[in-house]
Design a protein around this ligand. Structure first.
Ligand code: 5AD
Ligand code: SF4
Length: 469
């Protein structure tokens, strides 16, 4: 069936649920994982609100609890099963509806465990069936039976789903889904399927609509965002070109033209696909933020090879050099995994070496976590936990020292800051972010929320800066 017909078909179920729940019911949602998953949750919230549900942050007053899971690292599983333990009581006392979706539901060993140990869960759905949530919910409400809706094919792209966004200033726009890279540690290709890109026209229309609604910052999302339309081009899969968009760089060019949008970010690119046209786009288009996330994962060539990352330490550093030469005021952030199977102390030093050389603005650090079904999990030479932790702490210390040093450079400078709202810890103050995504706290009038303003940075505090108008 054509996806637009499938989406329209769901509208029937949205109406049916709405008519069935005559009083206003409340839902609560918990999202784990990356920005793509958060964007999926915004779509689930959109569907729930169209069905007449109202959002609550208090789990105890919810009639429906939704859990959008992630499976990239192990601690996510502990979180899910801990939460299900808590929810059991609410299910017994109030008969709430419990729905679990997302990446983890594409793993059979997890759904088996849920069915066996947590049989009170009402709906289990995967990453390829998210658009069918209204139908699944209706069936569960109507038949009072448990339902499992998981398929293991490469999902299609569903346009036109309702969406309720978390912010009125910044919005995420998923431009492609899935991954063809099969890094040996990573579960994503198995739970999100192969790469597929949205049509340029659908993306541009969505961003234009966001601009009309007053959004100032757009983050383009994809598991391998800079290979947008690459598979389509290479395999001659037909797609509708629009305003000359046939690649990631041309998409950036067109989004940069949209009036009202003031900042463009994107995550996560793969270094091996970071083509010159994208570097030129970042250098030339004024709205593209000069903070680029460039996942490194490891600094040693042997480890990189075993990870199947398809670049060497030297190639990564060369790319960084090229970017620094072409892009004025470039800053970089990265992802690093410590303790990949077989990594020796000496090899780990190469990771520290790159961190020292590149001086990242931000480093997201992860301890290697075995994922069932990935090649990494089957590798013989797994690293003992205490060694992984030792390396993690060493990296963390280096990164934190670098961040403090780096923050000092901001003090006394003038920064353009997008004002996001009141500071969480002190309602008297406002909070915003620089182009390089640093949090800045300052005193100012609430009218400034949603605007890009100039602030003088007066002090640094490790995780944030203080500024004044
Ligand atoms: N263990 C630890 N970290 C991982 N990541 C992905 N898979 C794993 C794993 N098995 C990290 C990578 C990726 C980020 C989103 O999560 O650094 O870039
Ligand atoms: Fe995972 Fe590698 Fe794909 Fe990123 S590029 S989602 S790390 S397999």
């Amino acid at each position: 069936m054509n996806t637009s017909i499938e989406v329209k078909d769901q509208q029937k179920y949205i109406e049916k649920v709405k008519n069935r729940n005559n009083s206003k019911l409340k839902y609560n949602i918990l999202t784990m994982g990356c920005q793509l998953n958060e964007n999926d949750s915004e779509k689930l919230c959109g569907m729930l609100e169209e069905m007449g549900y109202i959002k609550t942050d208090n789990q105890n007053e919810a009639d429906l609890t939704l859990f959008n899971t992630c499976c990239v690292r192990e601690n996510a599983e502990d979180k899910l099963f801990g939460k299900l333990g808590e929810l059991k009581k609410l299910k017994q006392e109030k008969g709430i509806i419990i729905a679990i979706g997302g990446c983890m539901m594409q793993e059979k060993h997890i759904t088996d465990k849920i069915k066996q140990s947590y049989p009170f869960v009402d709906i289990i759905f995967g990453t390829h069936t998210l658009h069918k949530f209204p139908e699944d919910l209706y069936k569960v409400l109507d038949k009072k039976e448990k339902l499992e809706d998981i398929i293991d094919i490469d999902g299609k792209i569903y346009e036109g789903l309702p969406i309720k966004r978390d912010s009125k200033i910044k919005a995420s726009v998923t431009i492609m889904n899935g991954c063809n890279n099969f890094c040996t540690y990573c579960i994503v290709p198995y739970v999100r399927g192969r790469e597929r890109s949205r049509n340029p026209k659908d993306i541009i229309n969505e961003v234009e609509q966001l601009a009309k609604e007053g959004y100032k910052e757009i983050t383009l999302l994809g598991q391998n965002v800079n290979s947008y339309l690459r598979v389509e081009r290479e395999k001659n899969i037909k797609f509708e070109e629009y305003q000359g968009v046939n690649s990631f760089a041309t998409l950036l060019r067109e989004i940069n033209k949209i009036d009202g949008i003031e900042r463009i970010r994107f995550v996560s690119p793969h270094p091996k696909d970071f083509t010159d046209d994208v570097i030129d786009a970042i250098a030339n288009y004024n709205k593209i933020c000069k903070l680029v996330h460039l996942p490194l994962q490891a600094g040693n060539n042997n480890v990189l090879k075993n990870m199947n990352r398809k670049y060497t330490k030297e190639q990564y550093l060369k790319l960084v050099d090229k970017m620094k030469n072409k892009i004025e005021n470039l800053t970089l952030s990265t992802d690093i995994i410590v303790g990949f199977p077989g990594e020796t102390d000496e090899e780990f030093e190469d990771t520290l070496d790159i961190v020292k050389k590149v001086k990242f603005e931000q480093v997201y650090m992860f301890i290697y976590s075995r994922r069932i079904g990935t090649p990494g999990d089957k590798m013989a030479n797994q690293i003992p936990e205490h060694i992984k932790h030792k390396r993690f702490n060493k990296l963390k210390l280096l990164v934190e020292n670098q961040i403090v040093e780096n923050n000092k450079k901001y003090v006394g400078t003038i920064q353009k800051v997008l004002v996001e709202g009141e500071s969480k810890n002190n309602k008297e103050l406002l909070t915003g972010r620089t182009d390089s995504n640093k949090v800045v706290i300052f005193k100012g009038n609430k009218d400034l929320i949603g605007q890009i303003i100039k602030l003088k940075i007066i002090s640094e505090h490790k995780w944030y800066l203080k500024g004044e108008i």
